[in-house]
Structure formats: structure tokens, C-alpha cells
Design a protein around this ligand. Sequence first.
Ligand code: COA
Length: 166
Amino acid sequence: MDACYLRPASRGDIPAIVALERRCFTEPWPPIAFAQFVHATGFLLAIDPTGVSRPGASPADGRLAGYVVTSPAMGEGEQVAHIRNLAVDPDYRRRGIATRLIEASIARYPPGRFDRVRLEVRASNEPAIALYRRQGFTVTGRIPGYYADGEAAIVMEWSLENDTST
Ligand code: COA
């Protein structure tokens, strides 16, 4: 069992989140993008309390191992929870941390009030697509030229009606 615990993000976490974002993405979000979602109920961090702290992280807080940003989105007559960002520190991958982050953030958008969860992922991002498929997401679309470098996005969705945990 991984030692990380999950907690909501706060404004003071943004420097550490941005540092990890820059390690994980070729087109990283700027700090203001994270600040915009800092009050979203589905913006969660995975913290390793035994980890060595790094610049931007509070020593009392441990080391940031990953984060997920999920928030409500505009749907066509539906209530949609949108997974907008997800990353796990390379040192912490393949331990189930992304799985835990996704499950915990989705749990904050309960069936009855929300209909489905949606996300976009780079067409070439095989690890993330494998992760989402394993979580039960299915491909529902493709958006050519979605990313600044021209790469297409795959749209994946998961119906909250599938949720049997409640
Ligand atoms: N190759 C193949 N399958 C993978 C994979 C990889 N590199 N990474 C995850 N998976 C699949 C596997 O089925 C895995 O189960 P297993 O380890 O028992 O085989 C399952 O997803 C769960 O993986 P998990 O340990 O929860 O994922 P993670 O914590 O390693 O994080 C990412 C996965 C994609 C978030 C991480 O690799 C990452 O941060 N990548 C860079 C940022 C990114 O691409 N974010 C997603 C943007 S849409």
C-alpha cells in the first residue's frame, strides 16, 4: 500500500504543483491556471509524508507525489465533471497513485447530481489512455489539433450511472 495520503489543494501548494507540472508536460499549465481551480472540490494532491521536501513544498507537508484537477464543466443538458489535469511524479509512478486520485476526485461528483466524467488526452499518451481505460473510461471522440503543437486529443468519458460504489 502506498504511503501517500490525499488532501485538497490550497493556494500555497501552487509553486510545488507548477514545478511538478513542468517536469511532466511539454505544454505545462501556468500558475494562474491552477489558481483558477484552487477552490474546486476535485483538485486533490497526493502527499508522501515520508518524502524529502523540495523547494516550494512545506517541510511539514512531505513531498508532492501527484495531483488531479477535476471540476464541473458545461455539458449539453448534462452535469459533467471534467478531469482537466493529472500528473504523478516520475519517482512515484506505477504505484496506483493516479488511480487513487481519479477515484477520490470523481467521488466528489456524485451520481444523481452529475451524469458523466469527461477528459481529453493526447492521442500519443499511451500510459494515460491505458490508465483511463482500466478505470472504465471509453473513447467517445477525437479533436484534431487540440494541443498547441497540433496533436489531436482523444475524448474519453465515464458514465456515473456505472458507479456501483454508492
Ligand atoms: N504504461 C502502460 N500502462 C500504464 C502506464 C504506463 N506507463 N502507467 C499507468 N498504466 C496503466 C496500468 O494499467 C496501470 O496498472 P498497473 O501498474 O497495475 O499495470 C494503471 O494504469 C494504473 O496506473 P497508476 O499507477 O495508477 O498510474 P500512475 O500513478 O503511474 O500515473 C500517469 C499515470 C499517466 C498519470 C503518469 O504516468 C503521468 O503523470 N504521466 C505524465 C502526465 C500525464 O500524461 N498525465 C495525463 C494527462 S491526460
